[in-house]
Design a protein around this ligand. Structure first.
Ligand code: NAG
Ligand code: NAG
Ligand code: NAG
Length: 355
């Protein structure tokens, strides 16, 4: 009888485990293979070999990239080197980048580990760059002033807060005014991996201003990219392991209310918004397992979605680019400029294509 009970108990544990394993594999889209979708005239950008996790294009065609992310569980081709911010002028013929010097004595360059970035341009045309940084796997937001003549970034300030503890991405509404996603709730790397594995959906979004910091949305299975609609009325949040993009209405008091959610067949990373059309361009991971368990023989692929008319009853979702990783591994972000598409990746290259 005792033996039978032990067996029943083991069977129960095993079936719970199997159910969980199935949901884990579904959340990571473990078995999805990429159907290629090609674009004409694609070129890899010279000088980007160790990632272009996030990028942002200014209206004048200057593009900033964060490069060299070190993140628990994710491949890095230069694990011992600090990360950097790269600049590319999309108006120039030679498709190459230069590394921006960082000045000001207030930042430890040796532990610089940039993740999501966002720019803010004020009324005097001063460009601020806000960078999610992970020095020693902690989370801070670094505020820089962009000095175009000198091709440098002047470090102004490090922003820390207990609610900004597992930062991923940021969208600026002022130099010290932003929404940011936390991709986990717990900070300890070992517990973080359990939080992800069990799908606890404890990840959350924070509103930050010097006077007020609060959680404005929560319950995400890894909140990732975040961005604003061109009119500033809506906030878009990518829920990575739930394969969803959520549309929130932003109120005058900066709180958010959920308006709708879009189900997509891919792991959604960064969202960029076309300032003219309002279309969303989303860098995606077709197979999350290949991102977290890197195998150069079977690398993660890349996928870019365009979402038109997201606020209407029938948004149009198009796979604009998809590739199996032979060329481009682990796309995280895509953004358009004058009929061209710039695609960044977590730890590998960046691609520039004609649309
Ligand atoms: C913020 O504004 C919204 C919409 O007007 C309102 O429903 C909500 O109660 C306000 N929240 C706070 C915390 O003031
Ligand atoms: C990936 O795609 C390329 C080009 O379409 C093809 O040559 C290659 O065999 C594919 N690799 C895998 C693993 O499917
Ligand atoms: C290219 C691009 O727009 N990337 C976006 C990634 O997410 C951050 C945070 O929302 C945006 O600021 C970037 O614009």
């Amino acid at each position: 009888m005792a033996k039978l009970m032990v067996l029943t108990f083991l069977g129960l544990v095993l079936s719970v485990y199997k159910d969980h394993q199935a949901s884990y594999q579904a959340r990571f889209m473990a078995f999805r293979e990429v159907e290629p979708v090609e674009l004409p005239n694609c070129n890899l950008i010279k000088g980007i070999e160790t990632g272009s996790e996030d990028l942002e294009i200014l209206p004048n065609g200057l593009a900033f990239f964060s490069s060299g992310l070190k993140y628990p569980g994710i491949k890095s081709f230069e694990p011992d080197k600090p990360g950097k911010i790269l600049l590319m002028d999309l108006n120039k013929k030679d498709q190459t980048v230069l590394e921006l010097k960082m000045t000001g004595s207030t930042l430890d360059l040796s532990s610089f580990n940039p993740h999501g970035i966002s720019t803010f341009t004020d009324a005097d045309n001063t460009v601020y760059l806000l960078v999610v940084n992970h020095p020693d796997f902690k989370s801070t937001v670094e505020l820089f002033k962009f000095q175009e003549e000198e091709k440098s970034l002047l470090h102004l300030k490090t922003i820390r807060h207990k609610l900004l503890n597992n930062l991923n991405d940021i969208v600026a509404m002022g130099p010290e005014h932003f929404y940011a996603t936390n991709d986990h709730y717990v900070t300890d790397p070992y517990l973080r991996s359990w939080e992800t594995y069990l799908g606890l959906a404890w990840s959350y979004v924070v509103y930050y201003s010097p006077n007020e910091v609060r959680v404005v949305a929560d319950g995400f299975d890894l909140a990732n990219g975040i961005n604003l609609s061109p009119d500033g009325k809506y906030v878009y949040i990518a829920e990575f392991l739930a394969h969803k993009i959520h549309v929130y209405e932003k109120h005058a008091n900066w709180t958010l209310t959920l308006l709708k959610s879009l189900d997509l067949n891919t792991l959604v990373d960064n969202i960029s918004v076309d300032p003219v059309t309002g279309d969303l361009w989303v860098g995606c991971h077709p197979n999350g397992m290949k991102i977290f368990f890197y195998d150069p023989e079977n690398p993660p692929g890349s996928e870019v979605l365009r979402i038109q008319n997201i606020l209407t009853e029938e948004p149009k979702v198009t796979v604009v680019y998809a590739e199996n990783g032979t060329m481009l591994q682990g796309s995280t972000v895509a953004s358009v400029y004058k009929g061209k598409l710039l695609i960044g990746t977590v730890f590998q290259k960046a691609l520039y294509c004609e649309l």
